[in-house]
Design a protein around this ligand. Structure first.
Ligand SMILES: [Zn+2]
Length: 223
């Protein structure tokens, strides 16, 4: 769920950003919401790992032939460096999701810089310099501060709602009702047995839509 903390001018800015940039947002800009619509590709993104289910997620994604992007909480990555390496071994991409999962708009500039840098130091370099703000919390100041520190804020175009729908069937029903389209970024979470159980169904849904799951950096390849 996207939570905007600001009111008034920031809300208008947010609406303008979505309207202007939603169709073809590219790296090195401020905000990433989706890839090109004409691409038969979709990016599965998983927030809040690594954790006790990470290895099972990786095995399941292997079995299904899916590659994804993971947004990791810094302090959890620090505690489990083996799992950070495991994502890469399995062909996925990893990016930061804050060190402590505190909402970026509540942080001072120095605190935000510290959250970004501490997490970055734990992760290997990636083709894109992305960060996903914890809980999607965002305001104009956060947007420009992250850009100043060299990051694109990576959000999503389709929320699976797996943080609310705690049942694999309900989650799949939601995605059948609103299936991913070409170029979309799908928000999912780690550490949830129902999300893990839904992955085969999600893979089938993507196949039916003629879509291939790719890591975020490949969402933009080949136009
Ligand atoms: Zn999160």
């Amino acid at each position: 769920m996207l939570m905007l903390q600001a009111q008034g001018d920031d809300r208008r800015l947010w609406r303008a950003l979505r309207r202007t940039w939603l169709p073809t947002m590219v790296p090195r800009r401020l905000l990433l919401l989706r890839g090109p619509r004409r691409a038969p590709r979709v990016a599965l993104t998983f927030d809040d790992g690594p954790d006790w289910l990470t290895e099972q997620y990786l095995d399941m994604l292997d079995k299904l032939g899916l590659r994804a992007s993971f947004f990791l909480i810094g302090r959890q990555a620090e505690a489990q460096p083996d799992l950070v390496r495991a994502y890469l071994r399995h062909g996925h991409e990893v990016f930061g999701h804050g060190y402590s999962h505190r909402r970026f708009p509540t942080l001072t500039e120095a605190e935000l810089q510290d959250e970004l840098a501490r997490t970055d130091a734990l992760l290997p370099p990636m083709p894109l310099r992305l960060v996903r703000p914890p809980r999607g919390a965002l305001d104009a100041r956060t947007l420009f501060r992250c850009a100043h520190f060299g990051y694109t804020l990576a959000l999503w175009s389709l929320d699976s709602l797996d943080h609310r729908l705690t049942d694999a069937d309900a989650l799949l029903a939601r995605l059948r009702h609103r299936p991913p389209e070409g170029g979309e970024i799908l928000l999912l979470h780690e550490g949830q047995t129902w999300t893990l159980s839904a992955l085969p169904g999600i893979a089938a849904l993507l196949r039916a839509q003629g879509l291939v799951a790719v890591p975020l950096s490949e969402l933009f390849d080949h136009g």
